[in-house]
Design a protein around this ligand. Structure first.
Ligand code: NAD
Length: 378
């Protein structure tokens, strides 16, 4: 029988569902020493928390996250709440000796992130941040190909994350569902929300970023605030584009916006190396595009790898070759890797310390955009 890992989840929105699904499915597909037990879900409204608990199979509900941290029957705290609560909850959870799985971005800023890293390292508790795109098999395969040196020297890294849901001026800011538009809850706009994903993947695959030069824009300057009922200044970046230099000498461009009409969640990246290139696209997430200049001339061209073979990362755990998996599975994989890390003692990345590196790039990007200067990361 696998050993139980008792989960206490705080927040039950979009990520609460994605994580719950990951916890529920992981042991059906991965053979691990530990299995998650959905012990408690915490949210401020008892009735809706209970409804969520009933749907997903949580044994109990709490309405105050502090009460959840005090419970002896909880091993791991899952932080699925807006960004402004990540630090307070994670630090208290570490002090209570709980393992922590925290949503991204790690923190509102680097200073806050550093206190979180210090807290988990002082407590010695396993910790991880949900940069889930690392666990899309095609993205994991991209990392594997770069690590194997198949691209040779890397010249370029290019990433975008495009959406279009805040173009209307009458979209309010703040409160449930729209906290992302409120700087007090989100910290930043597309930089911390979307580019953080692109940066995490980039640092993981291509190493550290040394310097950045960024520009941001807030296209709609004032919006009605749901919490105050007043029209207030918008403090987040609606769009951000930045140039970067990596430690390995490669040059990069990153772009994110919520004003790219027609795009819903178009996360793409392309890497150009001496021998070849790879490209990936979230709208077609089970494929990896690959170009190898060493191929025979008449056959040379981009090939689209259907990442469904048993030899591909994670795919031996699912169906048969040719049958693809999707977005939700990246969370199943992240849970599986976290559980495996408890057996091996080898931390599942990104840890809080790893995610602090992404936070440093985000802060450097916002600082560069504010000053109009190149900024050294960290
Ligand atoms: N990994 C990813 O791809 C990904 C995707 C979306 C969101 N996120 C991150 O996940 C976090 C949550 O985002 P979301 O989209 O799930 O938001 P959401 O608005 O759908 O859900 C937030 C939840 O937090 C709850 N909440 C707020 N304050 C609380 C409090 N004081 N106590 C208990 N519960 C409280 C809300 O009731 C809600 O259930 C954010 O940090 C976000 O950046 C990550």
């Amino acid at each position: 029988m696998p050993k139980p890992l008792n989960i206490g989840m705080i927040g039950y929105g979009f990520m609460g569902r994605a994580h719950s699904n990951g916890y529920r499915r992981v042991s059906n597909f991965f053979d691990l020493e530990y299995t998650p037990v959905l012990k408690a879900v915490c949210a401020r409204n008892k009735e809706s928390a209970q409804a969520f608990a009933n749907t997903w199979g949580y044994e109990s509900v709490e309405t105050d996250w502090r009460a959840l941290l005090e419970r002896d029957d909880i091993d791991a705290i899952d932080v699925c709440v807006p960004n402004n609560l990540h630090a307070e909850i994670s630090i208290a959870a570490a002090e209570a000796g709980k393992m922590i799985l925290c949503e991204k971005p790690l923190a509102m800023n680097v200073a806050e992130g550093e206190t979180m890293v210090a807290a988990v390292e002082k407590a010695g508790v396993p910790n991880m941040v949900w940069y889930n795109y690392r666990r899309v098999p095609a993205v994991t395969l991209a990392k594997q190909l770069v690590d194997e040196g198949r691209l040779g020297r890397i010249f370029h890294y290019r990433a975008q994350f495009l959406q279009d849901w805040t173009i209307a001026e009458d979209v309010p800011q703040g409160g449930a569902a729209l906290w992302r538009l409120d700087a007090a809850a989100a910290g930043s706009g597309v930089t911390g929300d979307l580019l953080a994903h692109c940066i995490d993947t980039a640092l993981w695959i291509n190493g550290s970023i040394n310097t950045v030069s960024a520009m941001t824009e807030t296209f709609v300057k004032e919006r009605m605030h749901n919490l105050t009922g007043k029209v207030e200044k918008v403090g987040i970046d609606d769009a951000c584009a930045f140039l970067a230099r990596f430690e390995n000498g490669s040059l990069a461009t990153f772009e994110s916006t919520r004003y790219a009409r027609g795009h819903k969640a178009l996360y793409t990246f392309e890497i150009n190396g001496e021998h070849g290139s790879i490209a990936w696209d979230l709208h077609d997430l089970h494929r990896l595009s690959w170009f190898d200049h060493r191929d025979e001339g008449i056959l040379r061209g981009w090939r689209s790898i259907h990442v469904t073979d048993g030899e591909h990362p994670y795919m031996d755990k699912w169906w048969v070759p040719g049958l693809q998996i999707g977005y939700e599975h990246s969370f199943v994989h992240q849970v599986a890797d976290f559980l495996a890390s408890l057996s091996s003692g080898e931390p599942a990345g990104p840890t809080f310390r790893d995610a602090l590196e992404t936070q440093k790039v985000c802060d450097a990007v916002l600082s560069s955009a504010a000053d109009g200067q190149w900024v050294t990361v960290g």
